[in-house]
Ligand binder design. Structure first.
Ligand code: ATP
Length: 287
């Protein structure tokens, strides 16, 4: 039987007049690698931000292992979801090891006083954290660079380090936002191996990616977002063969275009605003 790790129910996110994510139901099960794809501006990152508490969804809920998550990033991380970002967000002037140690703070129980007084409890916790951080660096192949400054690492290694930092919070689900962006083919290949290895450690993985080969090679399931709505979901074979997906990527209209309803809504709202407007007040662009 499949056990859901993540369950998003009816998640909608609006920014003023723009609905970036609309009524999305989405599940990641234990042991799965799931890909989330879609053309530029489809709402993928917005959806990720809803899952990780960075945004409070306008509607809907996000649950982790059966418990609804409060939309607060640190509580989401504490619950067991970690993420990386589209743009690298390392502490550039900290060492490789320090960057991973920062990622562990949600799992260390030593309080402020213990840390300030640097008592025996704190020292032991510090040793344990360092040991765990080194295990992670070994896992991603950066143990030999533990004392290098993050900013001096080549790009591909910086991306790996971000993943190690996210793993330091001991997540049950790891969200990767475009993990291969800017990578050369060798680095992409290595990342593919790394994602499989993460899954083999019992961590479910959800990834946003533009590199289709990478997504279809890795994922057990793929969901396609188009204009904020989930258009198709299934195995890589099913998704690749779906002509609506091809059409969405080529920018061609297709039947049941998920943008139609929204376009009509925006047009109606604009027409109503025009009709009631007696001054030349500004009107926001919908797209
Ligand atoms: N904070 C925000 N305020 C207003 N609109 C936003 C905000 N964030 C995203 N949007 C809009 O929501 C829509 C979805 O954007 P989002 O970045 O989630 O798409 P995406 O699928 O991640 O795109 P890409 O693949 O290019 O990263 C876009 O029209 C974008 O302009």
């Amino acid at each position: 039987m499949t056990t859901p790790v993540l369950e998003a129910r009816d998640v909608t996110m609006r920014f003023g007049g723009l609905t970036a994510v609309r009524s999305v139901d989405f599940t990641v099960n234990a042991g799965e690698i799931v890909g989330l794809i879609g053309p530029n501006g489809a709402g993928k990152t917005t959806f990720f931000n809803c899952l990780t508490g960075l945004y409070v969804p306008t509607e809907g809920t996000v649950s982790y292992k059966g418990t609804v998550l409060p939309p607060k990033p640190h509580l989401v991380t504490q619950a067991g979801i970690a993420r990386t970002f589209q743009n690298i967000r390392l502490f550039a002037n900290m060492t490789v090891l320090e960057n991973v140690l920062v990622g562990r703070h949600t799992r260390t129980k030593e309080g402020l006083w213990s840390a300030l007084l640097r008592g025996p409890g704190f020292k032991k916790a510090e040793r344990d954290s360092e040991e765990r951080a080194m295990e992670l660096l070994e896992f991603i192949g950066l143990a030999h660079k533990r004392d290098h400054l993050a900013r001096n690492l080549p790009y591909g290694e910086q991306r790996k380090l971000e993943i190690a930092r996210a793993m330091a919070s001991e997540p049950g689900l790891l969200l990767l936002d475009e993990p291969t962006a800017g990578m050369n083919p060798q680095e992409t290949r290595a990342t593919e191996e790394l994602v499989f290895a993460i899954r083999d450690k019992g961590i479910a993985v959800l990834l946003i990616e533009h590199d289709m080969r990478f997504v279809f090679n890795l994922s057990d399931r793929v969901a396609v977002l188009v204009q904020g709505e989930k258009l198709v979901e299934g195995t890589p074979d099913v998704v690749q063969a779906d002509e609506r997906v091809v059409a969405a990527y080529l920018g061609e209209p297709f039947e049941g275009d998920p943008g139609e309803a929204e376009a009509a809504e925006v047009e109606a709202a604009e027409a109503a605003a025009d009709a009631t407007s007696t001054t030349s007040s500004t009107k926001g662009e919908a797209q």
